[in-house]
Design a protein around this ligand. Structure first.
Ligand SMILES: Cc1ncc(COP(=O)(O)O)c(C=O)c1O
Length: 416
């Protein structure tokens, strides 16, 4: 266990408790990725081709194989991945979709951009994931499907949620933007629902700066996704353009880079997992720090970040912002989270008049402005985040993070 000689908090001029925490830069370029991009630049294939072998197609095949899935279609980003998936599973304008309410805005925005009405569903504050019981309670005759997020890479309880969707004949899209490599009972997430969507934006643990992909097993869904991501072109190649759709193709350069980046994901996730185990073990021994529960059904983990909840009453009533500032001063790159201060359902984008520009409805559209979801608001008040690259440091670094938390806790009187 790391000790600090100087017990004065670093925010007040003392030594940093986590001075030996070395967080690597992100992103990390793989050698294969570099070589592929140069090869692509030197070639005459700078664009995904409809029926020719390209890096984009090679990446789609590699990503599908990594997921033991039958199909994968590369797209421009994780938001369009959800849009393509929603159209491929048959969402129609005016349909209602149950959406996890603690997520990045894209998860709900994609529904609106497809003409659907998002119905925000509360999360379990212990896991940050959509609560299957709340899903069951929210289902009405208007519900067409569910979009859930494996938040921070920690899988949704799929034993609970998948049967609910099946029982009610709802589509289920897994937003896996945080969950590259996560597994539930030995099977990769993204393959439990009708489609799994991923983002390769810079902050993600598999990245090409931007990019996205949709993973599917059903041939009909895959055919529609192919059509939707390519200007509504007939996948059979005979009928021209059969749907109104935009160009969502992934760039060939991103495909080239991602083929290489994917190779390093399993090793990086193994390191993150080993470090997370050390850190969670240490943090869970500190009263007032709430880590996510250990669940043996989670057989492998991908990561967007590591979250824990902070309970000020056990830390001398020091507010979360001050606690995080004190931790940062100790050398821990903690932050309050990547979402807006206001919950998703109170973002102006989702007020009735703005929804109405995209969503046809004969009924009055929902008013989210007065909504309160206790799970979401509990997390928004108490969450502390560490990035996934922090988990690429070493074991001593993890112990130093926990030592920094203990140090701040032991010296809260310096912060009042
Ligand atoms: C949960 C979730 N879904 C979707 C997205 C959208 O991904 P992109 O930024 O590639 O559009 C993000 C991005 O952060 C996300 O966190």
């Amino acid at each position: 266990m790391s000790q600090t000689a100087d017990s004065t908090l670093a925010i007040n001029g003392g030594d940093e408790a986590a001075a030996n925490l070395a967080v690597p830069d992100w992103p990390r370029l793989s050698e294969t990725g570099r070589e592929n991009v140069i090869d692509c630049l030197d070639s005459t294939h700078w664009c995904k081709q409809y029926d020719a072998a390209t890096y984009a197609e090679a990446f789609e095949e590699a990503f599908a194989a990594y997921h033991d899935a039958d199909h994968a279609i590369g797209v421009t980003n994780g938001t369009t991945a959800i849009q393509v998936a929603l159209r491929a599973v048959g969402l129609r304008p005016g349909d209602e979709v149950l959406v996890t309410a603690y997520t990045w805005v894209s998860t709900a925005m994609a529904v609106v951009l497809c003409g659907g009405i998002p119905r925000f569903v509360d999360v379990d504050p212990n896991t940050y994931n959509i609560d299957p019981a709340a899903v069951r309670n929210a289902i009405t005759d208007e519900t067409a499907g569910v979009v859930g997020v494996h938040y921070a890479g920690y899988p949704i309880d799929l034993d609970e949620l998948v049967p609910i969707c099946e029982e009610h004949d709802l589509f289920f899209i897994e937003d896996c933007a945080h969950a590259h490599g996560s597994e539930w009972r030995g099977k990769k997430v993204g393959t439990f629902g009708d489609a799994g969507t991923f983002s390769f934006q810079q902050s993600k643990s598999l990245t090409a700066g931007e990019g996205g992909i949709v993973v599917m097993n059903d041939a009909r869904v895959a055919e529609l996704a192919k059509c939707v991501h390519w200007m509504g072109r007939d996948p059979g190649g005979k009928l021209g353009h059969i749907l109104n759709a935009s160009n969502h193709r992934i760039s060939e350069f991103l495909g080239a880079l991602l083929v290489g980046q994917l190779e390093q994901l399993p090793e990086q996730n193994a390191r993150r997992q080993a470090n997370e185990a050390v850190l969670v073990e240490e943090l869970s021994g500190i009263e007032g720090i709430h880590t996510k529960p250990r669940d043996d059904r989670i057989t492998n983990r991908g990561y967007f970040c590591l979250n824990f909840r902070y309970e000020p009453s056990v830390f001398g009533d020091i507010d979360r912002e001050t606690f995080v500032e004190a931790l940062q001063a100790e050398g821990v790159p903690a932050h309050l989270g990547t979402h807006n201060a206001e919950p998703l359902y109170r973002q102006l984008a989702f007020v009735r008049e703005r929804l109405a520009t995209h969503v046809p409805s004969t009924e009055e559209l929902p008013n989210y402005q007065t909504m309160h979801l206790p799970g979401v608001e509990e997390i928004a008040r108490t969450n502390v985040t560490l990035t996934h690259q922090t988990l690429l440091a070493d074991r001593e670094g993890m112990e130093a993070i926990a030592a920094a938390v203990r140090k701040v806790k032991a010296h809260t009187e310096e912060l009042t």
